[in-house]
Design a protein around this ligand. Structure first.
Ligand SMILES: [Mg+2]
Length: 238
């Protein structure tokens, strides 16, 4: 963890959700396993290896999310294309099946919430000391349902989604929108998240201090106000 020599007093903490407070990657994997079995997907794409389809999905999904973050494509386009393209890679041109998978993916994913081991204890520790808020690029209907199911909604004064702000992280405008919603100034805020671009560069551009949650040992170090490897390390300076 980096620590500033003079510890700053923050009043507002903003948290990212996916892969910061809950294990999105694990929940997405479980969702895929359920869909592959439910729709007998491997027979449809004439494959016996679910990982190959998953790899193709991830490749297209990543590329589409980059376009979505830059506001080049709509949520609807992203939702459909991330299934239509990998299916097409495997020779399946059934667009209505892609649409069905896309809708069921959102529905199923909303029902899985695997919190990180320290999520509840750190929020219980921070809640009496700070105003806590969430900022997410995730689809609103998924994130709101996950917050309700997990009980995390009770910790946050403001929950800001990119759909609500009509702009996505890392755009500075979503941070300005969040400051205004929370009634806060940038100097009294800290953004905590796992994504170097969306969470760290975005907050930095808005003049907000940043805490990078470095999930993998092998990730390159980036320039953030603080770097932590687990949420429990927040207690060291907050
Ligand atoms: Mg994240």
């Amino acid at each position: 963890m980096n620590r500033k020599i003079i510890t700053k007093k923050y009043n507002h903490l903003f948290f990212d959700l996916d892969n910061t407070l809950w294990d999105f990657s694990y929940d997405a994997k479980k969702t895929f396993e359920k869909l592959i079995s439910k729709y007998n997907l491997l027979a449809k794409i004439d494959s016996n290896n679910p990982d190959l389809f998953l790899q193709a999905y991830k490749k297209h999904n990543l590329q589409l999310w980059e376009e979505y973050k830059k506001e080049e494509i709509t949520k609807e386009h992203l939702s459909l294309e991330r299934f239509r393209r990998p299916l097409s890679d495997f020779g399946c041109q059934d667009k209505s099946f892609a649409k069905k998978l896309s809708e069921d993916y959102i529905e199923t994913l909303s029902g899985f919430v695997t919190l990180f081991p320290e999520t509840i204890s750190i929020l219980d520790y921070l809640k009496p000391k700070y105003n806590l808020h969430a900022i997410t690029n995730g689809f609103e209907e998924v994130q709101i349902k996950k917050l309700m199911i997990s009980g995390l909604n009770k910790y946050f004064s403001c929950i800001i989604t990119s759909e609500m702000a009509e702009v996505r992280k890392p755009d500075k405008a979503i941070y300005d929108f969040s400051l205004s919603k929370a009634g806060a100034t940038s100097g009294e805020c800290l953004m905590i998240g796992d994504d170097p671009e969306s969470d760290i560069e975005g907050a930095s551009a808005a003049g907000i201090d940043q805490c990078w949650l470095k999930l993998n040992e092998t990730d390159n170090c980036i320039d953030a106000t603080y770097v932590i490897c687990s949420l429990g390390e927040l207690k060291g300076f907050l």
